[in-house]
Design a protein around this ligand. Sequence first.
Ligand code: RP5
Length: 191
Amino acid sequence: MSNLKKPLVGIIMGSSSDSRIMKGAAEILDQFKIKHEDQIVSAHRTPTRLSEYAEHAEKMGFRVIIAGAGGAAHLPGMIASHTIIPVIGVPILVYNDKPTKKNNNSKFSAFGGLDSLLSISEMPTGSPVVTVGVNKSSNAGIYAVKILANEFPELKIKLKRHKIIQHKSVLKESEEMKKQGLSKFVKKKFK
Ligand code: RP5
């Protein structure tokens, strides 16, 4: 377990406005007791910092980088271009700023996240980025654990346990649905 004492995953995002979505990845890693280092690195606003971060990630010995960005989401791809560490991209449906009283509209991407999804997944041949669904940062976390499980067998056991928990939780909800009937179930679940 000794190697699990230092951060093995770098979580980065293009803006602080991505943080509420990206925390899903951190929560999964915390659950599996995997240390991670979290930073903001913008491909467009801090381009030199981007290449410095890639060097930093290699020096730190990160096994995986989880990179989230919205809109013209170049961060995951550009990081992947600078390092051989596998990159998992999280397309973000911008923007996640809290609506203020003056402006009650949440700011969303004009293209519903498809802009970031395509920016991240459509990498040229030779420079791949694994991409999860829009805003699905927790899936990036689980995928990172799966990569690490090749090196740390104790994580394999935890991943199997995680699957059993998921299985049981679906069965439990299904039992409740069967017992209450669909209408009551929906009223209770989404009240
Ligand atoms: C991207 O632009 C960031 O990843 C973020 O999702 C989006 C908007 O950033 P802010 O204008 O909210 O800082 O670079």
